[in-house]
Design a binder for this molecule. Structure first.
Ligand code: TAP
Length: 453
């Protein structure tokens, strides 16, 4: 069997060699999931809930181990990695309440009784990217299991270790064999097989818009159910009446967290012209002060990029003549480091301003007024997240309704809360994860009419 090597992006040392599964192994996993399916859907709601709660508790007792694995595999700062492992636990706990509440409707009709059921959709293929290996796994896994579906997860090649461990923890918690399987392997082999296999009824894909389009076309052949979470180019809009100190102090973490490899990164800062210079004065020390360094150190705020290839891609957005306003630092020595970088002024067609960089690069642009801020925020094929900074409630609401994006925060940069729906407008995705909405993505509504006459 072929293997791939997991490399620590902060040290460039080998962490592990992981088997790369074949299409035949994917077929075997689908057969195991199919064999487990009937028993899993017929587990009583209370028992399924109890199993998910136990799974959450087993994850909880392994939080530190999972966090350390992610630090080694992804280079995420340890504080961030602990949050990510905790998010898996929280999302499992949240959806453990679902089996006992997955109610249908009773609809008034003449001549009988009409009721609806939320039936499990079937075997779920969950294709996960390398940037948030644990949370994105959990967001698909927990509601899919809660709704009575078996799940086969395909982690990203570079970051499979936490998913593999969570698969082991599921068995330890008592989930039946075949209900949750983790298949490390190439996207073009294992991921593609899950998309093509007739017995897989639903794909949840998070990753690039380019691969997402390809997967959507593949699913179309079988009218396969599909959730897509894709790229972003989100705006952080700062109005003159905002608390500028807070807006500037928080803007770096909104784009440089996990080194900017975040689909929700606010990589375009749009600042009302009358306060532009003041905002830049406040932003500079905040950016220079970002603690970039050893991800194992709990004081570290930003780690390395995932790989040398990805660093070369990010660097291509900051050529020698790029308008670097100011930037942070990086440690010397091995590791795929790239400094937090602020570009201003940028041309309207600068790729750093128009494309998803997926690295610690942010552009800052002046805007005249609300209308121009909204127009620029919407001038992108993406629509995933964004922030609005203003002390004017009416303006906050007007702009929040006008920006075409799935997740907005006012005077905050929080995009992801497991209680609330998460997903993209336009080419940022299809469907919603998390919150009460996610269960709809893993169920089919069945309508049953019973004649009484
Ligand atoms: P991709 O290259 O698109 O890869 C994502 C996953 O798809 C990986 O597991 C990959 O496997 C697999 N894959 C690749 N080709 C495939 C195929 N033909 N069929 C099935 N699966 C295939 O993305 P990435 O570089 O890992 O992640 C970065 C992108 O994800 C960014 O654009 C980012 O914005 C987006 N993202 C979006 C969100 C949300 S929530 N909207 C969250 C995180 C990331 P390999 O590992 O073998 O390549």
């Amino acid at each position: 069997m072929s293997t791939f090597t997991v490399v620590n992006p902060a040290t460039e040392e080998t962490v592990a060699a992981v088997p790369s599964c074949s299409a035949e192994q994917a077929d075997e996993a689908v057969a195991r999931a199919a064999a487990a399916q009937a028993a899993w859907r017929s587990v009583g709601p209370g028992d399924r809930a109890a199993l998910l709660r136990r799974f959450a508790e087993v994850v909880d007792t392994h939080l530190e181990e999972l966090a350390q694995l992610e630090v080694a595999c992804s280079g995420h700062p340890v504080g961030q990695a602990r949050w990510e492992a905790g998010n898996v636990r929280d999302v499992l706990r949240y959806y453990s309440a679902a089996p006992e509440r997955l109610t249908g409707q009773q609809i008034p009709v003449p001549g009988g009784l009409d009721v609806t059921f939320k039936e499990p959709v079937g075997i779920v293929g969950l294709i996960v990217p390398w940037n948030f290996p644990m949370p994105i796994l959990g967001w698909g896994l927990a509601p899919a299991l809660a709704a009575g579906n078996p799940v086969i997860a395909k982690p990203a090649e570079r970051t499979p270790l936490t998913a593999i461990r969570i698969g082991e923890l599921a068995l330890e918690a008592g989930l039946p064999e075949g209900v949750f399987q983790v298949l490390p392997g190439k996207g073009s082999v294992v991921g593609q097989r899950l998309v093509d296999h007739e017995a897989v009824r639903k794909i949840v894909f998070t990753g690039s818009t380019e691969v997402g389009r390809h997967i959507m076309a593949g699913c179309a052949r079988q009218v396969k159910r599909l959730t897509l979470e894709l790229g972003g180019k989100s705006a952080n809009i700062v109005f003159a009446d905002a608390n500028l100190e807070r807006a500037a102090a928080t803007a770096p973490s909104a784009v440089f967290d996990i080194a900017g490899q975040d689909c929700c990164a606010r990589s375009r800062i749009l600042v009302q012209r009358s306060v532009f210079d003041r905002f830049m004065e406040l932003l500079e020390p905040a950016v220079r002060g970002v603690a970039v360094g050893d991800p194992r150190d709990s004081a570290t705020e930003m780690g390395p990029l995932i790989s040398a290839e990805h660093r070369a891609r990010v660097a291509s957005y900051v050529p020698d003549q790029a308008p670097v306003a100011f930037r942070g630092t990086t440690p010397a020595g091995p590791g795929f480091w790239f400094p937090p970088t602020v570009l201003a002024p940028v041309a309207a067609d600068d790729p750093a301003f128009t494309e998803e960089v997926f690295g610690p690069v942010v552009t800052v642009v002046p805007v005249e007024d609300e209308a121009e801020a909204i127009a620029i925020a919407n001038d992108t094929p993406y629509g995933l997240s964004g922030s609005i900074w203003t002390e004017n409630l009416g303006r906050a609401l007007r702009v929040a309704r006008a920006v075409e994006t799935g997740n907005l925060s006012v005077n905050s940069h929080a995009s992801v809360r497991y209680w609330t729906p998460f997903g993209g407008f336009k080419q940022s995705g299809l469907g919603r994860e998390l919150g009460p909405d996610a269960l709809d993505a893993f169920t089919e509504v069945k309508n049953v009419f019973i004649a009484t006459d």
